[in-house]
Design a protein around this ligand. Sequence first.
Ligand code: ADP
Length: 309
Amino acid sequence: MSDPSPWAIEAEGLGKKYRGGWALRDCSFRLPAGHICALVGPNGAGKSTFLGTATRLVQPTTGTLKLFGVPVSDPAVLERIAFLAQDKPLYPRFTVAETLRLGRELNPRWDQALAERIVRSGNVPFTARIGTLSGGQRTRVAFALAFGKRPELLLLDEPMSDLDPLARHELSGLLMAEAAEHGTTVLMSSHMLSEMEVMCDYLLVLAEGRLRMAGQTEELVPAHLLVTGVAEGDDGVPEELRRRHTVIEARITGRQFSALIRPDGPVSDGWETLAPSMEEVLLGYLRSPDAPGLIADEARLDGPGEAAA
Ligand code: ADP
């Protein structure tokens, strides 16, 4: 029986400390079920560490993590999630058919028809050995294994990184279609920001182990503006901009300034404003790890919609 919890992920004070320092620190947020969520951050930001805590490969030093209301330490959680690691470990000597058979034997909720459909739609021969497949074909088989498990939460660590643009395009379409059809929650780390913009409706941004941004893209992105105008003051950024708004990132080019801001009121008439894309917002935060973070109300543990007991 499925848990009625509307939150696919709830992290509270989650942290992981290695000998070299904190890989993940005081991370608190929740992800409502049914979203496709991008996990974004520079290398070393803590993305894999977070995915590790959700898949029980990494034991947190502090805090708690619940998936669908169940603590991740409860073995029952494992049936409900699937994880696609970056290197997509599959047995190279197995054929595609044997790989799917293994999936069927290991997973009580296995959906053979779905797994076969994913393989077939890429014209991957069932008799081919995994070791002979191209990167795109191997990723497709790994997707088939992950979706065949019928997970409620699918965790993907840079799933498209070794694929050419055509295969990426095709597999991202497949991922969105399958997730929509089955109501699967997806959390996917990636560096491909423009692709994330097409696929994802929820964002988690990590920098230096800390959560910088969390919430629905349709809430977070429109909370920002790109502003340009004539430079002034010591560092070229108009004093009024810093005084009246939250400046995420500012640059000077010649006599012009341009800035990504979170407006805290109307913006001066003398400046030009543009609505940024998700990629522009993400780049601004990634380049400015010290900028004030933004956790949308719906991503806060004490946010609205707590009704489900
Ligand atoms: P990302 O996936 O965002 O690139 P990681 O989660 O892999 O980041 O790493 C976050 C930080 O934790 C890095 O500084 C990394 O060196 C460190 N780290 C990750 N795994 C280990 C480990 N097993 N032992 C020690 N340090 C680790």
